[in-house]
Design a protein around this ligand. Structure first.
Ligand SMILES: Cc1ncc(COP(=O)(O)O)c(C=O)c1O
Length: 457
């Protein structure tokens, strides 16, 4: 991008205009994080996306992971268009919903029954309701830093500031939003991720009271932390022993980690599974899948689950295309994407080394996180939320991300990178070529100022 020219002028103009019609100028809180301005996009194709200023990016934000098949895949666009001509919404049944549910059953062994919604936030609420009805117990155990949507229930224990951590053994059920029903956080037990012994002790503090344990199988909403050795087996064992419902939130990992999601990849069998993002390939679609016994409340009619737009035919048409695409890839998925992701990680690691940037890349390639270590922070795997907050220099990442953006590489505002099936070797080479001047500029500016001074105003 040229010197002395604001490459984001049109986005700035639109963002300023949006202030008088859209509350805060954006429609999802996290989008406000984007520096120097939340960007406006006009089109995408495969792994690339173009903003309103005409800048082209190799995209690793990729719809916050939803665009597993890249931007605007032709087959999906055709499927949605064909359905749109037949009808956009019936608020009733159609054969497509059975076809999609049957595909899920075939791909995910624990998916004996399915219900559809439009967002994973809603699905999480349904899962909690079913679990409470199933067990007759009030509490949900969740892990610190895991994100389960933006509802009162989904956000407990997310983004807890250090002054509210409580001691390591008893994390506080902090809620990051005002306006929440005051009793909601009290219905949660928060535990630290990746410490099976701590989890055993935490559960033992609430005998006969915990209805469900919910978790991101790979913590992707705070850093990127795969389950530690024995962690998933410990959750399954505790749930079986204590009669607790095991809820895997596979909103991010579903289909990304293979046709069977993280449960296929790591080999575990949850009771209920939350699916979203890649299920609809960028359409507003999500599903609850699980073993028949845990749907009893819905089957008997004692648990209410509803939604005007549930099983919307446009989303179903997209989802059918997406699931067939995953299945057609067969054994090539997720191996090919892992390889690409690892190459990208290695290239970025090398660039970090060359420029003296304390960059730690962590994750299984399909998704990974760029942690920038704070001055004096030790290297080594980031294990849990507290470890992440203690060691990750968020301000420094924001500066590096912006330098990358200015060179045409788009990563996520909080440090995450997603691969897609649309990226190939040439895209990775090109992204690394673009990243080189971005790393150089970041290193120079950070050193010069002791902090980030953006290269354009
Ligand atoms: C693990 C996880 N669960 C739930 C959600 C909520 O999904 P949605 O934004 O579709 O409501 C998200 C969204 O990022 C997520 O990452």
């Amino acid at each position: 991008m040229k010197e002395n020219h604001d490459p984001f002028a049109r986005s700035r103009e639109l963002f300023a205009r949006a202030q008088s019609s859209i509350a805060g100028g954006i429609n999802s809180g996290i989008r406000k994080m984007e520096q120097p301005v939340p960007l406006y996009f006009t089109r995408g194709e495969g792994p690339r996306v173009w903003d309103a200023d005409g800048n082209e990016y190799i995209d690793f934000q990729i719809g916050q992971g939803a665009l597993l098949y890249g931007h605007a895949p032709k087959g999906m666009a055709d499927a949605i268009a064909a359905q749109a001509r037949l009808g956009t919404h019936w608020a009733a049944q159609c054969e497509l919903e059975i076809e999609v549910a049957e595909r899920l059953q075939a791909m995910i062994p624990s998916a004996e029954l399915i219900r559809f919604n439009n967002s994973a936030t809603e699905v999480v609420c349904a899962a909690f309701r079913l679990a409470r009805a199933h067990t007759g117990r009030p509490l949900i155990l969740k892990f610190e830093g895991h994100y389960h949507g933006w509802s009162d229930e989904g956000l407990v224990g997310f983004g807890t500031p250090p002054e509210r951590w409580g001691d390591d053994e008893q994390p506080e059920p902090f809620h990051p939003s005002r306006g929440v029903i005051p009793e909601v956080p009290q219905q949660f037990v928060v535990a630290r991720w990746n410490d099976p012994e701590h989890l055993q002790r935490r559960v033992a503090q609430f005998p006969g009271k915990i209805a469900a344990i919910v978790f991101e199988p790979v913590l992707c909403n705070t850093g990127c932390m795969e389950p530690a050795e024995g962690m998933l087996a410990a959750i399954r064992e505790i749930c079986d022993r204590e009669g607790i419902v095991m809820i895997a939130d596979e909103t991010i990992t579903g289909f990304r980690f293979g046709a069977g999601g993280a449960q296929g990849y790591y080999g575990f069998v949850p009771d209920l599974t939350v699916l979203g993002k890649a299920l609809g390939g960028g359409t507003p679609f999500a599903a609850l899948a699980g073993r028949r016994a845990f749907f009893t409340g819905i089957l008997e009619g004692s648990v209410i689950h509803a939604g005007t737009l549930n099983a919307n035919p446009l989303c179903l048409a997209a989802a059918k295309w997406c699931l067939d695409f995953v299945c057609e890839r067969g054994a090539r998925h997720p191996g090919e994407m892992i390889e690409l992701g690892r190459r990208l990680m290695e290239g970025l690691r090398q660039l970090g080394k060359e420029h003296g940037i304390p960059l730690r890349l962590q994750g299984p390639g399909l998704v990974f996180h760029a942690t920038l270590l704070k001055d004096g922070a030790e290297d080594g795997p980031v294990r849990d939320y507290r470890d992440y907050v203690r060691r990750h220099d968020a301000a420094r990442w924001t500066h590096l991300r912006r330098c990358l953006l200015e060179e045409g590489v788009r990563a996520i505002e909080r440090g995450l990178w997603f691969l897609s099936m649309a990226h190939n070797d040439a895209d990775i080479d090109e992204a690394l070529g673009r990243a080189k001047p971005a790393f150089e500029r970041h290193a120079e500016q950070w050193k010069a100022n002791g902090r980030g001074s953006p290269s354009t105003a």
